[in-house]
Design a protein around this ligand. Sequence first.
Ligand code: FES
Length: 183
Amino acid sequence: MDKDSQSSVSEAKEKNKTLTRRQFLSRAWWAAGGLLVIEATGGFIASLWPRLKPGSFGTKVKVASIEEARAMPVGTMAYFPEQRFYLSRVESGFLALYRKCTHLGCVVPWLADDPSEDDLADSGRFNCPCHGGIFDRFGIVHSGPPPRPLDIFPISIEGGEVVVDTGTVIERTSFDESQVTEI
Ligand code: FES
């Protein structure tokens, strides 16, 4: 092999090396880019299902022991603001009332000094500040524009505790005794 051919062979080898290095770099960039896309997509998907803290709204909430619940006098209204519901003690048991007005969704306060709309106590009713919707201890509408009673959450007993499932909203068109949980 003469000198010229030797040098062209080594140039070709060098070119191949350069090409290989380029290919390597290109693949590395694609791989890094791919990882970034996967990570970003995973983060986005995870953000669609936010983790709920135990005991927060949207989860099962322990509210009292069975003994504590039974000791609540009829007519008592206990408010759980972070979990967005009221525990209403009625004659036959308990109702967990969602505080969201069934008209346009305002937070409905319990006004303990307002006149009562039911016969369980002399005073106390829900009075929605937005358009004057009035509800009693059962969540039943007495006046104003709300089209149906306050929604309720299921109540169960788990390990001796009264538990309200704030992840399950039950809409109702009227009140009936089957909605009350006996404890
Ligand atoms: S939002 Fe409650 S009465 Fe309108």
